[in-house]
Design a protein around this ligand. Structure first.
Ligand SMILES: Nc1ncnc2c1ncn2[C@@H]1O[C@H](COP(=O)(O)OP(=O)(O)OP(=O)(O)O)[C@@H](O)[C@H]1O
Length: 336
């Protein structure tokens, strides 16, 4: 982010060659809310790492364990077992120093309602030796016209933007954003996404917890999928699609009876399904790492043209992170 100074927190280990955020083999159980019920296993052997300057995503349905992971990384809770490091520091024992380098935006943070937006951001700025200019930050999160409004009078989306400003005002070297844009309108959502891009440009490490596929796909260098307290998979969106074994498809319409056999013989094609004149051509490659990888649409088009086959309504569909999530966890994220 522009307009501020970073650092200023002495004795924090250099992040060169170091993983910025580390969770190793975290296990966390909660006492059950019902009498006589067994404890809830919120996290079972969860590990994740985020390199310096990376924007990493954690994706999962309600109850997957996302908030628990964030709370353990922030030092707000203690794991039953496993380890956490933030820029080389233990958030439980180095609490003060971690607070100086890690910004955390938590879901539904409760703040002093009688203070105005500007007062709150200035107050939080005063907790740090150095940081961002509060008034510019308030503008940057889109709250310029509400800066003199009391926190309690703000809409849910505006309150959320205040909590993001508070996470950033100390110019942290790493920031955890929990449900960054949930409940925000599309314009505010874009403002927040641009803010994350600014953080990336400034080399700030970002852990973005989300259940919005578009957000994660757009912003994150890699994604960890959590489901029922376990890590299901981790990688770039393309790697997750590949790991899920998903294939691109081309659909088209043709009256030529030879088309299906012709296409099925192509090396780039795994199979062809016909429903009357409509063909669905499934690619053989699951991604760029596959030796059979190529441009399925181009190869299908070229083969049909060479054989003089006329096709219409030709459409390519590439599998998305959404599809990978469904395959890897067994149900869609949107079910949340
Ligand atoms: N304080 C608590 N006491 C008992 N169980 C809890 C507590 N906090 C969380 N849990 C349970 O632990 C599991 C993981 O919860 P967590 O809040 O970490 O998931 P989440 O992925 O953040 O979900 P959401 O998207 O709904 O916030 C859930 O089964 C939840 O009900």
């Amino acid at each position: 982010m522009t307009g501020g100074t970073r650092g200023g927190v002495g004795r924090v280990p250099s992040v060169v060659g170091m993983t910025a955020l580390v969770a190793q083999h975290l296990r966390k159980t909660y006492r059950s809310r019902g009498r006589g019920r067994p404890p809830v296993v919120a996290l079972d052997d969860v590990s994740l790492t985020v390199g310096p300057g990376e924007v990493a995503g954690v994706l999962g349905r309600n109850g997957a364990g996302k908030s628990t992971t964030v709370e353990l990384l922030a030092g707000a809770r203690t794991p039953d077992s496993g380890q956490v490091r933030v820029l080389g520091l233990d958030p439980r024992t180095d609490r003060g120093r971690v607070r100086g380098v890690l910004g955390v935006q938590l879901q539904g943070a409760s703040l002093h309602g009688a203070l105005t937006v500007r007062e709150l951001v200035r107050l939080y700025r005063s907790f740090y030796a150095r940081g961002l200019d509060p008034d510019r930050l308030v503008e940057r999160v889109g709250l310029g016209s509400s800066r003199d409004t009391r926190f309690e009078k703000l809409s849910g989306g505006q309150q959320q933007r205040v909590s993001i400003a508070l996470a950033l005002v100390g110019a942290p070297r790493a920031v955890i954003l929990d449900e960054l844009t949930t409940g925000l309108d599309p314009e505010a959502r874009r403002t927040m996404w641009a803010l994350v891009e600014d953080l990336r440009a400034d080399g700030v490490t970002v852990l973005l917890v989300s259940h919005l596929m578009e957000e994660v796909e757009r912003l994150c260098d890699h994604v960890t999928i959590l489901d029922a307290g376990r890590v299901v998979s981790r990688g770039t969106a393309a790697q997750l699609v590949e790991r899920a074994g998903l294939r691109p498809t081309v659909t088209l319409r043709t009256d030529d009876p030879t088309a299906a056999d012709l296409l099925a013989r192509l090396a780039a094609v795994e199979r062809v399904d016909a429903a009357g004149p409509r063909l669905t051509v499934t690619g053989a490659s699951s991604g760029p790492q596959d030796p059979r990888h190529g441009d399925l649409l181009h190869e299908v088009g070229a083969a049909l043209a060479a054989a003089g086959v006329v096709a219409t309504e030709t459409q390519l569909r590439r599998p998305t992170l959404d599809d990978a999530f469904l395959t890897l966890t067994g149900s869609p994220l949107e079910a949340a």
